[in-house]
Design a protein around this ligand. Structure first.
Ligand code: NAP
Length: 504
């Protein structure tokens, strides 16, 4: 049996919920398909001890759904998941949400001019439009370490935490020193584990700060939601002011930001070998800058031990570091090794015009127009995909713009004969403008990171501008990025108009 629907949204994390709520409010027939039994995306999956968001809670929320009740300035993961569940309930999304059903294939049906979705179990849906809100930090990246499969004890990835795993009294090797590891390691030490941290590359780390909100503050936010809006605006303005330092455009600002991180390290780790090992040798901001007040003290006190090299092999239960050091007495290995962010698994199962998959289209790295639509994939929108993350502030701000863009674009569908076909030159122009913006930034400045594609070296994850730049770019996208060669007012697209894409 085939059911015809309006807009299919795949995924019920932040992106899926935000866009579905917006589309529903605009009167669209929306269905959300989620393979897990619960909503929440990354905040459902990541339940390792210490999981939290290092972006301030009131900025790491949706503007349409202010939440006066955040308990603290940096919300724990469980509270964020509860927030998403509340939005689903408040926006009446339960009746359009299907949980526990995986999308197996999405194929553009050129004849019917619709997406044909095949769900696990064989059911098919026909959707006028498809929104991929499948997340970017979803599939755990397991390091290619010889012998790791033979390790006799538990091997856990941070995003696949086992709630029954008790760290107390165990000797645990944590592999990696990214955002997940710096949250986890102090918590494991606090819970009585003996932790060894395998650090391939040190991170730049700045102070986190943060405190709990008082009951009086939360009551005030509830009575005066305009205070939340004002706080968001202030937090965003502060972050935007830091953009030039993160991007590396402003050398003096970047030096000052690096000095803050260096002072933070010096204040918490005495001079000597450990401090030297924790000092990065690549530009500030090249990899994600971490916020932590407790990782350095845990390492400096010896509550956790630093192995200053990668995990290279596991030989008969012994962990062998790239330095040659051998760890024979480890009970459990925790992989804080991140996600497959550059090669999104959903790209394999989505086929557009001529049967080409998104993975084929993105064979040398993700590209798009407006970080959201892709040539050859009509009536398709990708959230959290190409150049849609931010390094200097809350990535939800991009997501909110994308949700607005999807809503506006779908409103233009009739003017385009029901099919929004992204013009290839619009995508090429946008890609060129991304490359221009990325040139000379710290993100291309000599480190390996998941912000760049390892096939092309291009910056494919981050939007290399401010939030204001992104909003301006989105505001300029007036629908002329879609075929046919007439815009929604019936004006022919002139060469001048096309040249506009080179300037976006
Ligand atoms: P990540 O940033 O990709 O870090 C992975 C770590 O694993 C890196 O330190 C990497 O080293 C290391 N690694 C990989 N293979 C290794 C090996 N064989 N030996 C030793 N180290 C190895 O992953 P993540 O920490 O899970 O974070 C992923 C993203 O999730 C973050 O960047 C962030 O966007 C998000 N996140 C956010 C928060 C938050 O508070 N907002 C919290 C957690 C996660 P190299 O650096 O040398 O590659």
């Amino acid at each position: 049996m085939t059911t015809r629907i309006g807009v299919a949204v795949i995924g019920a994390g932040f992106a899926g919920i935000a866009v579905a709520a917006r589309l529903r409010a605009a009167g669209h027939d929306v269905r959300i398909i989620e393979r897990a039994p619960r909503v929440g995306g990354t905040w459902r999956d990541n339940v390792y001890p210490g999981v939290a968001c290092d972006v301030p809670s009131h900025l790491y929320s949706l503007a349409d759904h202010p939440h006066p009740g955040w308990s603290t300035q940096f919300a724990p993961g469980g509270e964020i998941r509860d927030y998403l569940e509340r939005i689903v309930a408040e926006s009446g999304l339960h009746d359009v949400l299907r949980l526990g059903v995986a999308l197996e294939h999405a194929d553009w049906d050129a004849h019917a001019r619709r997406w044909r979705l095949t769900l696990a179990g064989g059911e098919t849906l026909h959707a006028d439009a498809l929104v991929l809100a499948c997340g970017r930090l979803v599939e755990p990246r397991l390091p290619d370490v010889p012998g790791i499969a033979s390790f006799p004890g538990p091997v856990l990835h941070t995003a696949r935490w086992d709630a029954g795993f008790d760290p107390a009294g165990k000797r645990i090797a944590v592999i990696g020193t990214g955002a997940s590891a710096v949250q986890l390691v102090p918590q494991l030490a606090r819970r009585g584990a003996e932790v060894t941290v395998f650090q391939r590359t040190p991170a730049w780390i700045v102070p986190r700060g943060g405190r709990d909100y008082t009951t009086a503050e939360r009551d005030r936010f509830a009575r005066h939601p305009e205070l939340i809006a004002a706080l968001r605006a202030r937090l965003l303005a502060d972050d935007e002011a830091r953009f030039a330092a993160r991007a590396g455009h402003d050398r003096a600002a970047a030096d000052a930001a690096r000095s803050e991180a260096t002072r933070h390290l010096a204040a918490q780790v005495p001079p000597g070998a450990l401090r030297a090992r924790l000092t990065p040798d690549y530009p500030f901001g090249c990899k994600r800058v971490l916020r932590s007040d407790d990782i350095y003290p845990v390492l400096a006190s010896g509550a956790a031990v630093l192995e200053p090299s990668a995990l290279a092999a596991v030989e008969e239960g012994v962990l062998v570091a790239a330095s040659g050091a051998r760890y024979a007495d480890i009970d459990a290995v925790v992989l804080a090794t991140g996600f497959h962010a550059q090669r999104q698994p959903y790209a394999e199962i989505v086929r557009g015009e001529d049967g080409m998959s998104l993975a084929d289209h993105w064979a040398t790295g993700m590209t798009s127009f407006a970080s959201t639509v892709v040539a050859g994939f009509p009536n398709l929108f990708v959230l959290n995909g190409p150049n849609a993350a931010l390094a200097h502030t809350s990535s939800l701000l991009i997501l909110e713009e994308q949700a607005g863009y999807v809503t506006r674009a779908l409103g233009r569908r009739t003017a385009h004969g029901g099919v929004l076909r992204t013009r290839p030159e619009a995508e090429r122009g946008y890609t060129a403008s991304i490359d221009r913006r990325a040139r000379g930034t710290s993100w291309l400045g000599g480190c390996d990171s998941w912000y760049r594609d390892d096939r092309s070296g291009r910056l494919t994850l981050l939007w290399p501008g401010t939030v204001a730049d992104f909003r301006a770019m989105m505001a300029a996208a007036d629908g002329s990025e879609f075929e046919p060669a007439f815009d929604s007012d019936g004006r022919p697209l002139t060469p001048e108009r096309l040249a506009h894409y080179q300037e976006v």
